[in-house]
Design a protein around this ligand. Structure first.
Ligand SMILES: [Fe+2]
Ligand SMILES: [Fe+2]
Length: 312
């Protein structure tokens, strides 16, 4: 079975990718980041020999992205998020190991990301291996790289085949005002929470410094994988869980919005998320990974941080 998803496209893994592409990292900032990131040599061209984020020539694609966010911004309400967390928090759909989930996701082929023409499992392993090279002692971060996108199984028929807008794309809090830095913010006007006085103030249903753990995030693969990891009693450090849950939260990590909801632990974990995000994008280059060669290492990490079978 092959399911075509737009994963890492602007249209959808908008989270990992659209975010970075659309939220205004300038070329200069990008270069600076690379220089500062000693040891990690980020490729400047992708598999097709173009520079990353070469979207300008593709106005049609842009329209697709915009339409994606229109639907996303209308649909992600407090009620919707609560319903999804309630439903998917039951973890009663299947039981499988982390590696089995990698293989399941690998059946999904990404067609629409101009920076990626490889199967998901290669993206996952490229991210993990790139981190491993620069941070050899942080084995939890290698594993986080491997599993951060596994929540995309929500697109699979056995997981309810959720629409793209409820699986990928940038994420943001619901239950308080939508920050203007969120991509295509204008479409929130059509969100039913937009005019709700309980939900449309700076703090909304939250309090200052309440901690992101207590914040409802728009529903997608990030929050789902976080729930799966937590409920299956992973022993990953809190920074790993933080990366999984917020890796598409671009309003926070690029625009520094919503910082007033963070507590001290979030601030600490944020440092690792910033490290991680560079690899999530730049690992999408043509460094082919020999899956069988690295598999034993990742199986040992899975064994260290997760039970043999997880509920999903
Ligand atoms: Fe992602
Ligand atoms: Fe990713």
């Amino acid at each position: 079975m092959t399911i075509i998803i737009d994963h890492h496209s602007d249209q959808n893994d908008a989270g990992d990718e659209i975010g970075e592409k659309n939220q205004g990292i300038t070329k200069e900032e990008e270069e600076t980041e690379l220089v500062l990131d000693a040891g990690f040599e980020a490729p400047h061209t992708n598999s097709f020999g173009h520079t990353f984020r070469d979207y300008d020539a593709e106005s049609e694609r842009r329209r697709g992205v915009e339409e994606f966010y229109r639907v996303n911004h209308i649909g992600q309400t407090v009620d919707f998020v609560r319903k999804m967390r309630q439903e998917y928090g039951k973890l009663n759909r299947t039981e499988m190991s982390i590696w089995e989930c990698c293989e399941l996701l690998n059946e999904f082929i990404d067609e629409s990301d101009p920076d990626l023409d490889e199967p998901q499992i290669e993206h996952l392993l490229q991210t993990a291996e790139a981190i491993r090279k620069d941070y050899p002692d942080e084995d939890w971060l290698h594993l986080t790289g491997l599993i951060h996108d596994l929540g995309k199984v929500l697109l699979h028929s056995s997981f309810g085949e959720l629409p793209q807008w409820a699986v990928v794309g940038d994420t943001y809090p619901v239950g308080c005002a939508f920050d203007e830095s969120i991509v295509h913010h204008k479409y929130f006007k059509e969100n039913q929470d937009y005019d709700n006085p309980s939900y449309n103030t700076k703090y909304g249903i939250y309090t200052e410094g309440c901690g992101l753990d207590n914040v409802l995030m728009s529903w997608g693969h990030d929050d789902y994988m976080y729930l799966v990891a937590k409920e299956n009693q992973t022993t990953l450090p809190s920074a790993g869980l933080f990366i999984i849950r917020y890796h598409s939260f671009y309003a926070l990590h690029k625009s520094e919005a919503y910082k007033y909801l963070m507590n001290d632990e979030d601030t600490e974990n944020m440092k690792w998320l910033k490290v991680f995000n560079k690899y999530d994008l730049y690992s999408k280059s043509k460094v082919r990974i020999n899956v069988e060669e690295v598999k034993p290492y990742y199986l040992s990490l899975i064994n260290k941080y997760f039970p043999a079978k997880l509920k999903w």
